[in-house]
Write a protein that binds this ligand. Structure first.
Ligand SMILES: NC(=O)C1=CN([C@@H]2O[C@H](COP(=O)(O)OP(=O)(O)OC[C@H]3O[C@@H](n4cnc5c(N)ncnc54)[C@H](OP(=O)(O)O)[C@@H]3O)[C@@H](O)[C@H]2O)C=CC1
Ligand SMILES: Nc1nc2c(c(=O)[nH]1)N=C([C@H](O)[C@@H](O)CO)CN2
Length: 236
């Protein structure tokens, strides 16, 4: 079944975003993916016919250029999924730019995209969604990822504000994962320690994020809410 308006996913050249983009395409959605650096997943998306737009949100005008491109090329959008993210710990140098980079990618970029593209979402004239990928640590903090956690908490708060601002036309919700996918450089010691943090004790993979996105795109009675994908970590 072909859908009318495309779905925009930021930072979807790999991992969770890539899995979501492929699934939505397979369902018949037109999908627009932003990417920063070249990844093998881009070839997969290109072969499927997914629209690929380069966007480096660390560039001063990266977000504005993306918004202008979408505004000029698309009359309507079915959904915007804010997936792009950088998971960076505080380092011994205590780089002052870390907090700026975290707030930029996790707060300023979603903020500006939501305000700029709300007219396209409303023009869809049907069920339309904004989905923010936040994180379990938005509620708990993280002693090793202070700036990251603070920026994800701000993103969760923006969900509440945008849900109020855009209702009833646009639904705005969070997906708050804890461990869904390991990174390639994760040691066995790290993996063992990370798995023990949740009640369910395993690393489920990207499909949990795919299912959560599909639920939010499908429900007609949820906004300003958070889907927690944490294996019971909050009860450990
Ligand atoms: N994976 C997990 O277990 C968990 C994930 N989450 C959240 O889920 C979402 C997806 O996670 P995951 O797939 O692991 O994400 P990744 O760490 O793979 O990041 C997704 C993409 O974001 C892009 N990105 C980062 N910074 C910028 C920037 N300044 N401009 C443009 N693009 C940028 C990266 O591009 P590049 O490759 O060029 O750097 C990357 O491809 C994220 O929001 C994450 O915080 C939360 C908790 C757990
Ligand atoms: N942008 C990213 N954010 C996060 C990642 C990641 O790989 N990229 N990974 C995690 C961890 O899985 C963490 O949840 C394990 O406790 C968190 N955020």
């Amino acid at each position: 079944m072909a859908f009318i308006s495309p779905i925009l996913i930021t930072g979807a050249a790999q991992r969770l975003g890539l899995a979501v983009a492929i699934d939505l395409h397979k369902q018949g959605h037109e999908v627009i993916v932003t990417y920063r650096s070249e990844k093998p997943g881009l070839d997969v998306l290109d072969n499927l016919g997914v629209t690929l737009i380069h966007a480096d949100f660390d560039e001063p005008d990266g977000c504005e250029k993306l918004c202008r491109r979408i505004q000029s090329d698309y009359d309507a959008l079915r959904a915007v999924i804010h997936n792009a993210s950088a998971w960076e710990p505080e380092s011994s140098e205590l780089s002052p730019s870390l907090i700026d980079r975290m707030m930029n990618i996790h707060v300023k970029v979603p903020y500006h995209i939501n305000l700029a593209l709300a007219p396209q979402l409303i023009a869809h004239k049907g069920k339309c969604d904004i989905i923010h990928f936040t994180d379990y640590v938005a509620q708990t903090g993280s002693k090793k990822h202070i700036a990251y956690a603070a920026s994800k908490a701000a993103l969760e708060n923006m969900t509440l504000s945008f849900a109020q601002q855009f209702a009833p036309e646009i639904s705005v919700n969070n997906i708050a994962p804890a461990l869904l996918m390991f990174n390639e450089d994760d040691s066995e010691e790290y993996k063992e320690k990370a798995l023990k943090k949740s009640l369910l004790g395993f690393c489920p993979g990207a499909n949990e994020a795919v299912k959560a996105v599909n639920y939010l795109l499908d429900t007609h009675y949820m906004t300003g809410q958070t889907l927690h994908l944490n294996g019971g970590r909050h009860l450990k």
